[in-house]
Design a protein around this ligand. Structure first.
Ligand code: NAD
Ligand code: GLY
Length: 371
C-alpha cells in the first residue's frame, strides 16, 4: 500500500492507495466505526457498481453499513440535496465524533465534505473516491462545495477529510469517457512543475487508460504527492501556490459555461482544452516555445481529449467566452489571475493578462479550427 501524508498540523491526514483496497476496507475503516456502524453516502451509479464491495468488506469486519444513496450528477451539489442529506444524517443520529464515508466521484466528495463541515458544527468524513478525477484531485485538499444559481462551487468551505482511501480498481466500472476526463487532471501535474512526469504521461497514458493497474496506481500516487505538497504549503489558496492547480481552469470554465455545464463537455474535458489554450496563448505571448505548446496539444489529442474550441464543441466567439470568465470566482479587484506557462513544467500565475487580448486570441483560434 502506498501512503502519502497531507501535512497540515492538527488537520493532517493520510492518503492510502492500493489496488483492491475496497475489499480490505473493513480492516482499514473498522476503527472509525462508532457503535459498530458507518454511514456511507454515495450516488446511484456507484451504489450499483462499488457499494456492494465496500458493504461486504465492512460487514465481514462486523461493521454495519447505513447507506444513503443520492441521484448521480452535478445537480446533486445543490441546496436541496444538501438539506436532504443533512436531514438523513440527523435521522441516523450522527454525532460530532462520527466519520461519514463519501463513496463516489467529486460530486459526492464535495457535497459530503460540505455537509460534514456544518453538521453539528463539524463532524468527520472519509473520502473513498471512485473516479480518476476524484482520486487524483478532488478528494485531497479539503475544498468542499455546492453550486449556486450564480455559479458552480460558490457555497462551500475548506474542510479536510480524516482519511482518503483510494482503490484504483474502482475505475474498472467507470465509463471510459469519465476516466479520460479525469486523466486531464493527471497531465496537469506534469504541466505545472514536473516535466519528467509529463514525459511519463506521454509514455504511459495508453496503458493507464486501458486499465493497467500499475500505471493507474503510479499516476494516482504521483498526482496526490504533488497535490499534498501544494496543499500543505497553501491550504487556503492565499500565497498563489495552490492557484497553480487551476491551470487550464479559467479557459476551461468559459468553455464549460458556453456548453451549459452539461455532458457536452465534462469538467476534465474543459480542463484539457483549457490547458491546451493556456499553452498556445503563452506561446502567442512569447512566453513559451511553440514546440512545447504543440507537444501539449498533441498529447491531449492522442488520448482523445478536447484540445481546441472545435473539439470542445464551443460555439461562442472570443468576447462572449471572456464574458464568462468575468464571473469567475477568482476575479479580484477587476483583474483575473491567469495561469500561463514558460514551458512544460513551468506554470506561473500572471496578473497582467489583458482580457481583450484573450478575446482576440480566442477569435483567432476559432478562425483556425473552424469552431
Ligand atoms: P461525478 O462525481 O459526477 O462522477 C462522474 C460520473 O461517474 C457520475 O455519473 C458517477 O455516478 C459515476 N461514477 C463515479 N464513480 C464510478 C464508478 N467507479 N463506476 C461507475 N460509475 C461511477 O464527477 P467527477 O468528475 O468525479 O467530479 C466532478 C465534480 O468534482 C465537480 O462538481 C467539480 O466541481 C468537483 N471538483 C472538485 C474539486 C475539489 O478540489 N474539491 C476538484 C475538481 C473537481
Ligand atoms: N482542484 C483545485 C484545488 O484543489 O485547489
Amino acid at each position: 500500500m502506498a501512503l502519502v501524508r497531507v501535512a497540515l498540523d492538527a488537520r493532517s491526514y493520510d492518503i492510502l492507495i492500493e489496488q483492491g483496497a475496497l475489499d480490505r476496507a473493513g480492516e482499514i475503516l473498522r476503527g472509525y466505526a462508532r457503535k459498530g456502524r458507518l454511514v456511507v453516502v454515495t450516488d446511484a451509479h456507484v451504489a450499483r457498481a462499488q457499494l456492494p464491495r465496500l458493504e461486504a468488506s465492512l460487514r465481514a469486519a462486523n461493521v454495519a453499513v447505513e447507506p444513503i444513496i443520492l441521484p448521480p450528477g452535478e445537480q446533486t451539489k445543490s441546496w436541496r440535496h444538501l438539506e436532504e442529506l443533512l436531514d438523513a444524517l440527523l435521522a441516523l443520529e450522527i454525532e460530532r465524533g462520527d466519520h461519514i464515508i463519501a463513496l463516489g466521484g467529486g460530486v459526492i466528495g464535495d457535497l459530503v465534505g460540505f455537509a460534514a463541515s456544518i453538521l453539528k458544527r463539524g463532524c468527520h468524513f472519509i473520502q473513498v473516491p471512485t473516479t480518476l478525477l476524484a482520486q487524483v484531485d478532488s478528494s485531497v485538499g479539503g475544498k468542499t462545495a455546492i453550486n449556486a444559481k450564480a455559479g458552480k462551487n460558490l457555497i462551500g468551505a475548506f474542510y479536510q477529510p480524516a482519511l482518503v482511501l483510494i482503490d484504483p480498481s474502482t475505475l474498472d466500472s467507470l465509463p471510459p469517457r469519465e476516466t479520460r476526463a479525469g486523466y486531464a487532471e493527471v497531465v496537469k501535474y506534469g504541466l505545472i512543475d514536473d516535466p519528467a512526469f509529463f514525459d511519463w504521461c506521454e509514455a504511459n497514458a495508453g496503458a493507464l487508460l486501458a486499465g493497467d493497474p500499475d500505471a493507474r496506481t503510479k499516476a494516482i500516487e504521483k498526482s496526490v504527492q504533488a497535490k499534498a505538497a501544494i496543499v500543505a504549503d497553501d491550504e487556503r489558496e492565499t500565497s498563489g501556490r495552490r492557484a497553480l492547480l487551476n491551470l487550464g481552469h479559467t479557459f476551461g470554465h468559459a468553455l464549460e459555461a458556453d456548453t451549459g455545464f452539461s455532458d457536452t463537455l465534462l469538467h476534465g474535458e474543459g480542463v484539457a482544452a483549457g490547458m491546451a489554450l493556456a499553452f498556445r496563448y503563452s506561446a502567442r505571448l512569447g512566453l513559451c516555445s511553440a514546440e512545447d505548446a504543440a507537444r501539449v496539444t498533441a498529447h491531449l489529442k492522442a488520448v482523445g481529449l478536447p484540445h481546441d474550441l472545435a473539439t470542445a464543441h464551443v460555439k461562442a466567439d472570443g468576447p462572449a467566452l471572456v464574458g464568462h470568465m468575468l464571473h469567475d470566482k477568482k476575479m479580484a479587484a477587476g483583474t483575473l489571475p491567469f495561469l500561463l506557462a514558460r514551458g512544460i513544467g513551468q506554470t506561473f500565475l500572471s496578473k497582467d493578462v489583458v482580457l481583450d487580448d484573450v478575446a482576440a486570441f480566442l477569435d483567432e483560434e476559432r478562425a483556425q479550427t473552424g469552431a
